[in-house]
Design a protein around this ligand. Structure first.
Ligand SMILES: CC(C)(COP(=O)(O)OP(=O)(O)OC[C@H]1O[C@@H](n2cnc3c(N)ncnc32)[C@H](O)[C@@H]1OP(=O)(O)O)[C@@H](O)C(=O)NCCC(=O)NCCS
Length: 151
């Protein structure tokens, strides 16, 4: 298993991998164009050349970023791949000068184990609400939990 930066050629496979979770409303849909625009924000996990997981770090400001679209293929879960992906993004964020990393998720225990703490929804930065949340089928009645980590 290896963690690598994806290329534009990986986008179709990434969209296919995330589709079941998009259908469940767990992860927001992203178009091919949006993923191409932001391809540099992703890391993928590969096993024998096939993508088994990925995650992105979206930067909002000189100090704040967000963990987005974390997914590990069902049969590869509980092997540390999710943790490895998030840790790589946190390292990258730190290297770039990010101070705080936000996540909106149903996976509270997973992110708490990685050092994130629950915050109030009112503390979520506005750009997230207007650019992302309005695209979500659960908006505005969102049950996701917001967590933040200082890095
Ligand atoms: C959340 C998800 C990415 C975790 O990936 P994973 O590769 O199975 O996670 P890991 O094996 O790295 O687990 C890391 C730690 O979190 C724990 N953990 C993993 N999934 C968990 C869960 N659903 N609930 C509670 N704890 C969990 C593991 O026990 C492990 O703890 P340990 O290090 O003490 O052993 C995966 O379950 C997934 O793709 N879920 C569907 C999509 C989703 O919900 N994404 C989050 C969107 S923000």
């Amino acid at each position: 298993m290896e963690f690598v930066k994806p290329t534009l050629k990986d986008i179709a496979e990434m969209i296919a991998l995330v589709e079941p979770e998009v259908k469940k409303g767990v992860i927001l849909p992203r178009s091919q164009e949006e993923m191409a625009n932001t391809i540099r924000s992703y890391y993928v996990a590969k096993v024998e050349g096939r993508i088994v997981g990925f995650c992105a770090l979206h930067i909002y400001s000189p100090s704040l970023a967000e963990v987005r679209s974390l997914i590990v293929k069902e049969e590869y879960r509980s092997n540390g791949i999710g943790k490895g992906l998030v840790e790589l993004l946190l390292e990258e964020g730190k290297r770039l000068g990010i101070e705080e990393v936000l996540v909106l998720t149903y996976q509270e225990r997973f992110f708490k184990a990685l050092g994130f703490s629950v915050i109030e929804k009112e503390e979520i930065p506005n750009p997230k609400i207007w650019t992302d949340c309005i695209k979500c089928k659960h908006f505005p009645k969102c049950n996701e939990i917001a967590l933040l980590k200082r890095i």
